[in-house]
Design a protein around this ligand. Structure first.
Ligand SMILES: Cc1cc2nc3c(=O)[nH]c(=O)nc-3n(C[C@H](O)[C@H](O)[C@H](O)COP(=O)(O)OP(=O)(O)OC[C@H]3O[C@@H](n4cnc5c(N)ncnc54)[C@H](O)[C@@H]3O)c2cc1C
Length: 358
């Protein structure tokens, strides 16, 4: 949506094709809603520093969609943690991010044998529903033509441009549109379009994820907790539902698979539709209670399920670079994926630097 708006503002005639009935109903809704400010990436300094640049920009541009009305704490877990408190403090200093000892009201809620230190930091959450409404009105203002419930099936070269085959999911009717440039921003579905078009797949790692939505006890209503950095968990305000999201490094991903060039494509949407969805909430809660016994008082409401897609190289350092493949397989066909919501800024920059649309 953000890219479509920027292209339209630059004077291009833009059509945005979405297979769901509304925008931002997939990964951009089914996520943890964290506006990253660097803290989450002690193992990837580049992602941390990019987040530090994007954070103030995102908060300024989308302030009405950002919830900053809660205290955010990063707790350093042990003994399985990959960073110590000392290393985390040093890292925060390196990226210029504030990090103070947490107040006693939080310190007293933790199990000291499993938490080495608690820090107060600055990190916010976004309201995906508000963000969607804002972006829909911005797309209208920029005269972007939007088509909902329409699946992009494939692209092929036609003269100097591209023919895109579409299928209306309500009527099953096919039609085609012609474009000079096509941006494939379909996140977990990027390789669907490539496979159907006979283009080499991009290496991607997918996880079937479960994010629980819970009511937290009063002590945590205005707080977000992230335990770093290992097989731990996060409890964050989830503004669009008025609840907290609860995720766990070990239990949020239920299973994973890889897309590799040369392999037969495995349709991420089909996996999503067919998933049996047995919640791991009890496991998440049971483990998290060891670190903060008060989490035993959380009331489970429901789960958000989504295919999470990252670059395979992120597996080792948890980095979140963008994927940008200009002219991938066909002239004028470009693949773009952001590993977090504020990566739109990096994507716009990367596209501009290639002067693709001049
Ligand atoms: C569990 C989880 C937790 C996360 N936590 C955070 C977080 O806390 N903070 C953060 O910044 N990021 C987080 N992320 C990452 C973030 O959600 C994504 O980086 C971001 O939403 C990607 O935006 P997108 O527009 O590329 O993808 P999407 O929002 O998924 O948009 C892609 C759209 O393409 C449509 N589409 C797919 N295929 C086709 C097709 N063939 N034809 C037409 N339309 C199609 C889909 O329906 C979808 O609406 C998380 C992701 C997950 C899954």
């Amino acid at each position: 949506m953000y890219l479509a708006e920027s292209f339209a503002q630059a004077g291009h005639d833009v059509q945005l094709i979405e297979k769901e009935q509304s925008f931002m109903s997939r990964a951009s809704f089914n996520n943890q809603a964290r506006v990253h400010n660097g803290y989450h990436y002690p193992r990837s300094i580049l992602t941390a520093l990019r987040s530090r640049i994007s954070f103030p920009r995102f908060v300024k541009e989308f302030g009405t969609c950002v919830d900053s009305d809660f205290a955010k704490y990063y707790l350093i877990g042990k003994p399985l943690g990959k960073v110590s408190a000392k290393q985390f403090l040093k890292f925060c200093e390196r990226i210029g991010a504030s990090c103070e000892p947490a107040p006693s009201s939080i310190q007293k809620l933790i199990s000291p044998n499993l938490i080495e230190a608690c820090f107060s930091v600055t990190e916010y959450a976004f309201d995906a529903q508000k963000l969607r409404d804002l972006m829909v009105s911005r797309l209208q203002a920029a005269s972007v033509r939007c088509r909902m419930g329409v699946l992009v099936e494939k692209v092929r070269q036609q003269g100097t441009g591209l023919l895109v085959t579409l299928r209306d999911l309500a009527t099953d009717e096919q039609d085609e549109i012609y474009a000079d440039h096509v941006f494939n921003c379909t996140y977990s579905h990027i390789n669907y379009v490539l496979a159907r078009s006979g283009i080499e797949l991009v290496p991607l790692k997918h996880e079937m994820t479960e994010m629980c939505l819970v009511e937290v006890p009063d002590e945590l209503k205005k707080a977000g907790i992230t335990v770093m950095c290992g097989p731990f968990f996060s409890v964050m305000p989830f503004p669009s539902a008025g609840m907290h999201s609860f995720s766990h490094v070990r239990y949020t991903p239920h299973y994973e698979w890889l897309d590799k060039p040369g392999d037969t494509y495995c349709d991420a949407q089909m996996k999503f539709d067919e998933d049996r969805r047995t919640s791991a909430w009890r496991y998440m809660q049971k483990d998290a209670m060891r670190y903060m016994p008060i989490l035993g008082e959380c009331r489970y409401e429901r789960s958000l399920w989504e295919v999470k897609t990252v670059l395979p190289r992120s597996e080792s350092d948890d980095s979140r670079p963008i994927l940008f493949r200009a002219h991938h397989g066909l002239r004028g066909f470009h693949c773009v994926m952001g590993g977090k919501i504020d990566n739109v800024y990096d994507a716009v920059e990367a596209i501009a630097s290639q002067q693709l649309l001049n």
